[in-house]
Design a protein around this ligand. Sequence first.
Ligand code: HEM
Ligand SMILES: *[C@@H]1O[C@H](CO)[C@@H](O)[C@H](O)[C@H]1NC(C)=O
Ligand SMILES: *[C@@H]1O[C@H](CO)[C@@H](O)[C@H](O)[C@H]1NC(C)=O
Ligand SMILES: CC(=O)N[C@H]1CO[C@H](CO)[C@@H](O)[C@@H]1O
Length: 330
Amino acid sequence: MSSQSSLIIVLLLANLLFLQFIATSYGQLRVDYYRNSCPNVESIVRAQVERKFKQTFVTAPATLRLFFHDCFVRGCDASVILAKRNSTAEKDNAINLSLAGDGFDTVIKAKAAVDSVPGCRNKVSCADILAMATRDVVALTGGPSYEVELGRRDGRISTKASVRHHLPHADFQLAQLNAMFASHGLTFVDLVALSGAHTIGFSHCSQFSRRIYRFRSKNRIDPTLNLGYAKQLKQMCPRNVDPRIAINMDPTTPGTFDNQYFKNLQQGKGLFTSDQTLFTDTRSRNLVNLFASNSTAFEQAFVTSITKLGRVGVKTGNQGEIRRDCTMVN
Ligand code: HEM
Ligand SMILES: *[C@@H]1O[C@H](CO)[C@@H](O)[C@H](O)[C@H]1NC(C)=O
Ligand SMILES: *[C@@H]1O[C@H](CO)[C@@H](O)[C@H](O)[C@H]1NC(C)=O
Ligand SMILES: CC(=O)N[C@H]1CO[C@H](CO)[C@@H](O)[C@@H]1O
């Protein structure tokens, strides 16, 4: 072998080693990430989530939505939980005004429980606790159980301004929703499956009042809305309603994580434009029909998609930190 070709081989090997190094330092999430450092972390988190869920049902939708918002803004790094005294953090953005406090509280209580176990202290990230708590609330409300990937590190940056272009709005149509999900590496199937999260939880009237009172700036009701449902919505959300009033997003089985959301869409009972468009638009209608008719298909798709959501922009290895207090950088 010439010295030139052995040099090439050495360089190739070095290159491989370097690639390997990059692969491990950016890492992959793993279900058994805390096996040695905090082996009981999942049961510790679950016990706290169950306790809080027994105190208030809102624990479930609030935690699930918090996870979504966290992952869509700067990746799943618990940046949404950071607070700043001057109200310039992500959670201070208007769109987060409606994030129920119980989601934050769930993570903070679970973190305290984890850190009360001496071996686990300061070993488990707030981002992972939110991911575990999300899995737990889905199961607690009757949804599928799944293994949750772990190993996320917490971010150090949270700004109000970063929220604007990263979260979808209730008046988005399919193309806008698709574009936003695609920008986070999520597909059209992920969009439809994850929207099924609206099978639990609450919305303030302002999110859809245009659909029942001023559709396209006229004194009209959105024609894609079921008329009977629109009338009920008007009763629950009269003009000049108290802005704190929130109503069930799934009018049929509000307390259960099931595929009723998709059946509602078939009947024109999607609360937001962003919900109803999934059925109105023929490009996604077949998928809605599938999830409406086959709850196993929905549950499998949801698990796949929420696992993908949990990988969006994660920080691993030496990136970020393990926050000691979920509301503050170390
Ligand atoms: C597809 C685009 C989406 C849009 C436009 C959207 C929009 C909204 C809006 C406007 C609310 C009501 C907020 C309020 O008035 O309090 C809401 C609630 C909620 N969203 Fe979404 N969302 C979307 C996707 C998702 C996803 C992917 C998830 C989770 C995987 C999710 C989970 C929830 C939950 C659980 C609630 C209820 C929160 C509570 O009761 O505290 N949403 N969403
Ligand atoms: C708000 O506080 C943070 C630190 O908590 C600081 O980095 C930021 O510059 C402040 N922003 C304003 C507008 O004062
Ligand atoms: C429902 O979906 C599951 C999972 O995709 C599939 O295995 C099953 O055959 C479907 N059931 C029906 C009745 O189509
Ligand atoms: C849950 C939560 O922290 N909500 C905050 C959202 O932002 C407003 C200020 O813009 C705060 O008053 C809320 O407490």
